[in-house]
Design a protein around this ligand. Structure first.
Ligand code: PRX
Length: 657
């Protein structure tokens, strides 16, 4: 299907709109108007209606120390209490909270009552270990019930968790533990993915041995694969021994609304990954509201978000949002292509999933598989339980959108293309399924109360029809509070002086349709790449490359990729001679492995090119725009007259070997 088709509009199906929590454009506009007229009153009303407070708040928004905003600051609550106890109190104790499907297909159901016991025992064990409110706990676990239990247990005792994605390297884990000053690490012997058992504890051991992790007093090891793993006497303890003898109930620690629920490290345009700090009250409110309004979650829904708990999507739409709404959710350990590329569709069929939320990269890879094998085509499965689809993490191209809509959603299900970020805590710009006419490729309109806008370099708001810089004009409850250990970086990254420190800078470019005002995200405007929906800084990859003894200099850019959205392309100058042929291939492999080892496999450059030099301006700045053209295989149209050695352009125009 061609991408250049005329724009098609998909109004909300009448039967969906008729039952939707927010039904129709009038209802949407009424909410937006309420927020416009009384911004604080709007959020205060919602926070009172949707969150259960131990101590009600009297203050809504505190802007006295902007941009370090506070929401509901004198209120007290416990996030785990909101996610578990209040559902049990509402009579949902026996309802299934989690349907876990393992890589190999085994299924486990966990009710809200059972979840309370598991979370309480682990929380009590943490307390017995001396972990207390405000301590940081790093979680390095695969997708599992235990991962959710560990996060909820931290929330229950007021410890601040920091989950590190199981695909990150020892060095990345070490850096995060070090920056967070964590007191305890929770990991597993290994993880099961695609029929293989992969090690995790050895990577954790390597991280801890690197130095800089002396704050860690205990390592809790969940035995997932049963692989033999070395245990350090006095430091390491198996999960079952850790929780043995602990009571089935743990009284929640009532924390202030601003208490840091978690840190989650993400890439920025410069330097090392930053620890995005989220609050308890405001974050929870937005997790709940977006579950109810964007996903229209109802009592009988079976909700499935395919993200990993190592990313923000897994935090908000696996660990917290669905549970805080008393929902039933799927938690999946494996990969979409094992045992074959029909796995997602089979699971939707088996568990009667009604709301399905995934990333465009996954959709694109499954389209490819379905095109060549009818047995794994969604049409070979009964997907009639689905009523709503979602997309997240990267722009969804119209062809993938249409395939998803027609083949997975059977043409019946709206698609919510949700734009948001680690820093925003939850959806920012998204259709509401009973409200918004959909246009493939557009994330449409702001969530009610979110004041998104497009501005030029001076911070002046642009008329619809123009493209510019995406900003948010007012603070919102689930926003990032600061960068852990680096408040200055928080201020300069998100509230830059260019905009008088008044506008939240998302880091993305966007356009607004001249007639509808619909937003379309055009991609990052900084040096952040988005590969398969995973966010990476070019500087991080460059630092990894230059740390290799053979490398003198490196520059990394992204280039469009049909499958992964963007692909990493590295331009490298070696200390020795520029290699060619097989010698070049060998070095490429070595550098890819080196980056994989330092950051994680997701950061391996797909394309590595060698030059005797890099194209630079007279002042010595690398001409990145030119590199982007080269990476794409485009003809170089930029002025290259200042280049010292124009011959390097030919060298850099193709992959060596
Ligand atoms: O560039 C945008 C892109 O992903 C970035 C945020 O990445 P991360 O913090 O890892 O969070 C991903 C999951 C929320 C954004 O700055 N992005 C996210 N969602 C969309 C998107 N780009 C286009 N459309 C989306 N729906």
């Amino acid at each position: 299907m061609s991408e250049s088709q005329s724009v098609q509009v998909f109004p909300p199906p009448a039967d969906f709109a008729a039952q939707a929590t927010i039904s129709g454009m009038d209802a949407y506009r009424a909410l937006c108007a309420e927020a416009e007229q009384d911004y604080e009153g709007y959020w205060a009303r919602l926070a009172r209606e949707h969150v259960t407070w131990k101590q009600p708040f009297t203050q809504t928004l505190d802007e006295s120390n902007a941009p370090f905003f506070k929401w509901f600051a004198d209120g007290k609550l416990n996030v785990s209490h909101n996610c578990i106890d209040r559902n049990i109190e509402a009579g949902l104790g026996d309802k299934t909270a989690i349907i876990f499907e393992a890589d190999g297909g085994e299924v486990t159901h966990v009710s809200y009552k059972e979840l309370l016991v598991r979370v309480s025992r682990f929380a009590n064990a943490l307390k017995a270990q001396g972990v207390k409110k405000g301590d940081r706990v790093v979680i390095y676990l695969p997708m599992s019930i235990e991962g959710i239990v560990a996060m909820q247990a931290c929330a229950r005792i007021g410890a601040t968790h920091s989950v590190v994605f199981g695909g990150f390297s020892a060095q990345s884990l070490r850096d995060r533990i070090n920056d967070a000053g964590a007191v305890l690490l929770i990991t597993s012997d290994g993880q099961c993915r695609g029929g293989k058992a992969l090690p995790l504890k050895p990577i954790a051991d390597e991280a801890l041995a690197m130095g800089g992790c002396e704050s860690i007093k205990k390592v809790v090891v969940w035995q997932r694969t049963g692989a033999a793993c070395a245990m350090t006497e006095g430091r390491d303890i198996f999960w079952q021994d850790f929780v043995a003898g602990q009571a089935d109930y743990c009284e929640p620690e009532w924390v202030e609304a601003e208490h840091p629920l978690f840190l989650l490290y993400t890439s920025g345009s410069t330097g090392k990954p930053k620890g995005v700090q989220h609050s308890s009250g405001g974050y929870l409110l937005h997790a709940i509201l977006t579950m109810k309004w964007t996903f229209d979650l109802k009592a009988n829904d079976v909700f499935w978000c395919t993200a990993d708990i190592g990313w923000v999507t897994g935090h908000t739409y696996i660990t917290y949002g669905p549970l805080a709404c008393g929902g039933t959710e799927i938690v999946f350990e494996g990969v979409p292509t094992y045992p074959d590329a029909g796995r997602f569709w089979k699971m939707i069929q088996d568990h009667k999933v009604s709301i399905f939320y995934t990333a465009p990269t996954a959709i694109r890879s499954l389209i490819k598989a379905a095109d060549t094998n009818a047995a794994v085509h969604p049409k070979s499965f009964d997907l009639s339980s689905l009523r709503l689809l979602g997309s997240v993490g990267e722009p969804i191209n119209p062809a993938a959108w249409s395939w998803y809509h027609d083949n997975v959603g059977g043409g019946r299900c709206p698609i919510v293309d949700t734009f948001w970020q680690t820093e925003t805590g939850g959806h920012m710009i998204t259709p509401l399924p009973g409200v918004t006419p959909l246009v493939p490729g557009s994330c449409t309109l702001p969530f009610p109360g979110i004041q998104a806008a497009i501005v030029d370099e001076t911070g002046t708001e642009l008329d619809w029809g123009k493209g510019g810089i995406l900003v948010v004009k007012r603070p919102w409850p689930s926003m990032i509070r600061t960068i852990w250990n680096d408040p200055d970086r928080f201020q300069t990254s998100y509230y830059p002086a260019d905009f008088n420190g008044k506008l939240y800078l998302a880091g993305d470019g966007a356009t607004r349709d001249a007639e509808t005002g619909y937003f379309t995200i055009t991609g990052r405007i900084d040096d952040v790449l988005n590969v398969s929906g995973h966010r990476m800084g070019t500087m991080e990859i460059e630092s990894a490359l230059v740390s290799h003894p053979l490398v003198a200099e490196a520059a990394v850019v992204g280039r469009p990729d049909d499958l992964t959205g963007e692909a990493i392309c590295a331009f490298v100058v070696l200390k020795g001679e520029r290699p060619e042929g097989d010698a070049a291939k060998k070095v490429i492999k070595e550098l890819q492995d080196h980056v994989g080892k330092l950051i994680g496999p997701i950061a391996k450059p797909k394309d590595i090119r060698f030059g005797e030099n890099l194209p630079k301006t007279r002042s010595g700045k690398i001409m990145r725009r030119l590199l982007r053209s080269l990476a794409k295989g485009e003809e170089v149209t930029q002025d290259t007259s200042t280049l010292e050695n124009p011959a390097i352009l030919a060298q850099l125009s193709h992959t060596a070997g």
